[in-house]
Design a protein around this ligand. Structure first.
Ligand code: FAD
Length: 358
């Protein structure tokens, strides 16, 4: 049997791209070695439209947000599993100036769609320090570990799913198809997260892996709001919360560290008023990029090799929209957003592969 696509990796990127391609009627094989701690199984799943220290509207959020909401809800219905929740994100202000700035922003149309309300001082002071008030934002949370597990069952029943390590050296690239250990497919798509940096086919793309650590906490207080200033606290139900995270570009071992734990608890102690107990501690490596935009497209020489990667810190919001766009690009030759298309980096490939010594 010849497959339309062989997908390497069933993290968030591979799961979502496979879903879109299946909806398109494509025949798919997937290889994933099911590592225990990946960005997708460890990630906090927060979908926040207004991010960063300066709290600016995140890239394309006005397009991505309506899309992702319908996308995850559709899979919830199809799989009869609840993994996606709407939540209020409360961001306490750090000063009176910040409060004034937010009163100004609240009149702007591109902020209005995400703003719930601006709160006076003390609105959430039973939980967090908010002496200058804060802003309530509309957000979502994806239970990432449950989503990956649900998608695993979904894909196992609809694709040829092979749980093993993919070894690039065994890949045979032909004109019309690729072959790997007896599997023949028209195209292969690499959704292998930060491991793509070791690929001889796509290692030239500007990937910047970023390690992240998270703590699972237990508290006596029970709240549903997400709190976010310097670090986030996300309710998981039954008095359990996720708190994080860290950003480390140097240590790329996917194991928790004392330094990471101390960094999170220091930020938590500045934000949170209630006591907490640390239940456990996890780490994963995000496939970040130089531009903080995904890396999507086809190989400059081998047109049957493609990549869907670089989801960085925002995979939950980026992957649904760009998964659909990439499917239409592959199947209908539709446009791919030039900000995500790896075409703009082709010169890096040619420089590293065809440089002629003078
Ligand atoms: C601590 C932390 C917190 C985060 N919080 C958020 C958040 O709140 N919101 C958000 O949107 N994003 C968050 N992220 C980022 C998010 O997790 C990523 O954007 C996303 O999970 C990336 O998915 P991926 O599929 O590209 O990569 P991965 O999750 O790394 O998946 C890659 C898959 O490929 C498989 N694979 C790789 N190489 C091979 C091989 N050779 N053979 C077989 N299989 C292979 C792996 O087993 C894995 O399953 C967070 C990440 C971390 C680490």
């Amino acid at each position: 049997m010849k497959y339309d696509y062989l997908i390497i990796g069933q993290g968030l990127a591979g799961s979502i791209l496979a879903y879109h391609l299946l909806k398109y009627g494509k025949i798919i094989a997937i290889i994933d070695e099911r590592e225990s701690f990946t960005a997708s199984t460890v990630g906090a799943g927060l979908v926040n439209p207004i991010t960063g220290p300066k709290m600016v509207k995140s890239w394309k959020s006005e397009i991505l947000f309506p899309f992702l909401k319908d996308f995850y809800r559709e899979i919830e219905i199809e799989t009869d599993t609840k993994f996606f929740t709407e939540r209020t994100i409360y961001r306490p202000f750090g000063s009176v100036e910040e409060q004034n700035d937010w009163y100004g922003r609240s009149s702007r149309i591109n902020y209005q769609m995400f703003l719930k309300r601006i709160c006076e001082s003390g609105a959430h002071d039973s939980i967090v320090n908010d002496q200058f008030g804060g802003v309530e934002i509309l957000g979502y949370v994806l239970n990432m570990a449950l989503f990956i597990e649900t998608m695993n069952k979904y894909l196992v029943s609809r694709c040829n799913y092979i749980e093993t390590h993919f070894n690039e050296d065994d890949l045979e690239i032909g004109r019309e198809s690729i072959k790997y250990h007896g599997i023949e497919a028209a195209k292969i798509i690499f959704c292998s997260g930060y491991h793509i940096r070791d690929s001889k086919y796509f290692g030239w793309t500007p990937l910047v892996p970023v390690k992240g650590e998270l703590l699972n906490l237990k508290m006596n207080s029970d709240f549903e709001t997400i709190y976010n200033r310097s670090c986030f606290i996300i309710p998981q139900g039954k008095g359990i919360y996720k708190a994080g995270s860290t950003y480390d570009r140097k240590d790329l071992t996917p194991v928790p560290t004392l330094v990471g734990k101390n960094e999170i608890t220091k930020k938590l102690d500045a934000l949170l008023k209630t006591d907490y107990e640390i239940m456990n501690h996890a780490a994963g490596i995000r496939p970040g990029t130089v531009t903080r935009k995904p890396l999507i497209g086809v190989h400059p020489e081998h047109r049957n090799l493609a990549i869907f990667n670089g989801m960085g810190t925002k995979g939950v919001s980026l992957a649904p929209f760009f998964g659909k766009q990439f499917t239409k690009y592959l199947e209908e030759d539709n446009n791919l957003d030039e900000e995500v298309d790896i075409k703009k980096y082709y010169s890096l490939y040619f420089k590293t592969h065809f440089s002629i010594g003078i």
